[in-house]
Design a protein around this ligand. Structure first.
Ligand SMILES: Cc1cc2nc3c(=O)[nH]c(=O)nc-3n(C[C@H](O)[C@H](O)[C@H](O)COP(=O)(O)OP(=O)(O)OC[C@H]3O[C@@H](n4cnc5c(N)ncnc54)[C@H](O)[C@@H]3O)c2cc1C
Length: 212
């Protein structure tokens, strides 16, 4: 145990020095896992990140005639009637012996899907976060990327602060579409949480209000 603890101390120490000098491979020794529910539009995007590992709710084996069909949409997206008729069509197919794997052809991008993702810190902080909190990214993956960040700020305080400071520099297209002097990170957060009608969580708020 002792050598392991010493090794981890060294990794922690080295991590502080490796952010600025670009020696990022040491970040591969730490990471996190998140259990997320989002639309299939969102899950289709996150799984493009090949360095992460995933488990995802199956539409082949989960039979939605035995549990509710769930739809994940932004706060002002009003399509209840359409979703009700899609749910009825799915249930009618299941009632006429069509298998879940075929009945799922009716399900839209808005269908909710649970996904369990594991990323090492290099993938999360240096690749995923700059790409997916950038202002060109889809608002749902932007919202979820910020929520993922919020959940681990306390676990990785030094790295989180460094990444927060450097986000716009880590991706050349981070401030896409922003022409004035607005802080692109704040714009990305305000916009995504507003679209989804959600309150900005605590750890993220603290970072936003800290003068670094
Ligand atoms: C705003 C935005 C718009 C997008 N629009 C589209 C679109 O219209 N169509 C579309 O198809 N995709 C689109 N994407 C997805 C994008 O092309 C990437 O697939 C996705 O962002 C994953 O990025 P990545 O490959 O860097 O991540 P990962 O797969 O997690 O890879 C992380 C890093 O590891 C390295 N790496 C991983 N695999 C390899 C490999 N085989 N060879 C060499 N190096 C490797 C690379 O340095 C890579 O950056 C979009 C993404 C964003 C953010």
């Amino acid at each position: 145990m002792r050598p392991l603890i010493n090794f981890l101390r060294r990794v922690k120490h080295y991590t502080c020095g490796s952010t600025d000098d670009g020696h990022h491979s040491v970040f591969e020794f730490m990471g996190a896992q998140w259990l997320i529910e989002g639309s299939r539009a969102f899950t289709h995007e996150i799984i493009r990140h090949r360095v992460a590992s995933y488990w995802q709710e199956s539409q082949r084996y989960v039979d939605y005639s035995k549990q509710n069909l769930r739809y994940c949409v932004p706060a002002n997206f009003k399509a209840d009637e359409l979703f009700n008729s899609l749910s009825s069509a799915y249930l009618n197919m299941r009632a006429s012996e069509v298998s879940p794997e075929n009945a799922r052809y009716l399900l839209p991008n808005a269908s909710c899907s649970r996904l369990w993702v594991q990323m090492n810190a290099r993938e999360f902080f240096i690749n995923f976060l700059p790409l997916r909190t950038g202002n060109g990214a889809f608002h749902e993956i932007r919202l979820i990327a910020w929520l993922m960040f919020d959940l681990i700020i306390k676990q990785f305080p030094i790295t989180s602060e460094w990444v927060w400071q450097n986000l716009p520099k880590l991706h050349p297209d981070y401030c896409r579409g922003i022409k004035d002097n607005t802080d692109c990170r704040i714009k990305s957060i305000d916009d995504a949480f507003k679209i989804w009608g959600m309150k900005i969580p605590n750890n993220l708020s603290i970072l936003m209000n800290t003068k670094l």
